[in-house]
Design a protein around this ligand. Structure first.
Ligand code: BTN
Length: 264
């Protein structure tokens, strides 16, 4: 199946009333970088930048996001906080839920989310989300939010370099192009950030979570902690019952699971 990313191809699957301004690039350093530059030049709300290949794809915590050509979806969505209904702090959660809905509609295996934003399918990470914002220096308010989504669609396992080889995987969907998958993600995400029901969103996110009830480990301010992930609060923070008996609210960072099994 021809699988070139094309603006008209994406638009043919988006909901009819979509107002997305879509920019398709063959190669870019990072769609998040590119979109931030566009934002500085007053690009409108709902600008979507999507690339076939990134030379400097970025993940959270300064990591690289491996982005080979021809096989993934690397996209950034520019949103203006005053034009969305969902609290901006829940956009990462919203994007994760949007991707899980789409993966569950095109894949036989269930998609799960490892807090906060890693999406797993058949025990491999297939998607990462990096939300960034720019502020208005005069007012000290957030002026733009850039939600970056990287999804490995058809990247063969043996292409992932080094340690990634054990962790990363692809969706390998049947009979669906990257254009249609992209449109489906946009459709779901748009519906999520235009809706006024954050509690339903958190509940759905919790249903996809592969960490709740599990033993986890993490470091915070250089100190190692162990405990059980017991809940996700209204702000998308992880509530951890520490082995010491205390409760800790984790707002950011990275956790590792006590076991390697991400799906059950
Ligand atoms: C992570 O796994 O830590 C987040 C990865 C986010 C990757 C996407 S790909 C599109 C956008 N551009 C980037 O440079 N990063 C995000």
């Amino acid at each position: 199946m021809a699988d070139e990313i094309i603006k008209e191809g994406i638009l043919s699957f988006t909901t009819k009333k979509t107002s997305f301004n879509i920019i398709v690039l063959k190669t870019v350093n990072s769609t998040n970088f590119y979109t931030k530059e566009l934002a500085k030049n007053n690009a409108p709300h709902e600008t979507l930048v999507i690339a076939d290949h990134q030379t400097e794809g970025r993940g959270r915590l300064g990591r690289e996001f491996f982005s080979p050509e021809g096989s993934g979806i690397y996209m950034s969505i520019l949103l203006k906080p005053d034009k969305i209904v969902l609290p901006p702090s829940l956009l990462t959660v919203g994007a994760g839920v949007a991707v899980c809905r789409v993966l569950n509609s095109i894949s036989k295996s269930p998609a799960t989310i490892k807090w906060v934003n890693d999406i797993f399918l058949h025990k491999k990470k297939v998607c990462g989300i990096l939300a960034e914002s720019t502020s208005n220096p005069d007012k000290g308010t957030i002026s733009n939010i850039i939600v970056g989504i990287g999804l490995n669609v058809n990247t063969p396992d043996n292409v992932f370099p080094g340690k990634l080889n054990k962790i990363a995987g692809s969706v390998f969907p049947e009979n669906i192009t990257r254009n249609e998958i992209t449109a489906k993600i946009i459709n779901e995400f748009q519906q999520i950030y235009n809706a006024d029901n954050p509690q339903d969103l958190i509940d759905e996110y919790k249903n996809y979570s592969c960490v709740l009830g599990k033993k986890i480990h993490f470091t915070k301010s250089g100190k190692a902690f162990s405990g059980t992930a017991v809940d996700i609060n209204d702000e998308g923070n992880l509530i951890v019952a520490l082995d010491t008996g205390e409760t800790l609210i984790l707002k950011s960072g990275e956790i590792s699971l006590g076991s390697e099994n991400f799906t059950d």
